[in-house]
Design a protein around this ligand. Structure first.
Ligand SMILES: [Zn+2]
Length: 164
């Protein structure tokens, strides 16, 4: 039985459906039909602007973002989906928490829905640190259908690994 690393938190019945798609060679088709588009957010500068616009629309009162970047060393399995960091740095003798969002570089080459999902996920962490109910409500508020997109993004990561 294939271990589905990215989908381990989902019910066995759901995982079995994905295993069936894999066994029948239909996983790529599943993704291709639902997510045929690719986005054009290719640079860190573009990613910052994209993230800042989403923040301005939905989370105006959250702390300002210091940095947003693609990170090709990010371990998506270990870090769940992205990487949310509040880096503490001493500035002028004063300890200041820096808000930094790092997005795994593999999302450069993904559907726009998946990029939006991961950015919304990281933005929600500006307000809620844990993956609790309030966190997911915030994600759904910023991106209706969030849960389905997160699931499908995990299916996409599964497909990428199988292809490698
Ligand atoms: Zn998270």
């Amino acid at each position: 039985m294939t271990a589905l690393t990215y989908l381990s938190a989902y019910p066995a019945s759901v995982q079995d459906q994905v295993r069936r798609l894999i066994a029948e060679g239909r996983l790529e088709d599943y993704l291709q039909r639902r997510y045929p588009a690719r986005h054009e957010i290719q640079s860190d500068k573009a990613l910052y602007a994209y993230t800042a616009a989403l923040k301005q629309e939905h989370l105006r009162n959250a702390p300002a973002l210091d940095k947003v970047l693609y990170d090709n060393k990010l371990d998506v399995v270990q870090r769940a989906l992205g990487l949310h960091t509040a880096v503490s740095r001493v500035q002028g003798g004063k300890l200041k928490a820096k808000k930094e969002i790092r997005i795994a570089s593999l999302f450069k080459d993904a559907a726009p829905e998946f990029l939006q999902m991961i950015v919304v996920h990281e933005l929600a962490h500006l307000k809620e640190f844990a993956h609790n109910k309030a966190f997911y409500q915030l994600c759904e508020y910023m991106l209706p259908g969030y849960h389905q997109y997160e699931f499908d993004a995990r299916v996409y990561l599964t497909w990428r690994d199988l292809r490698a």
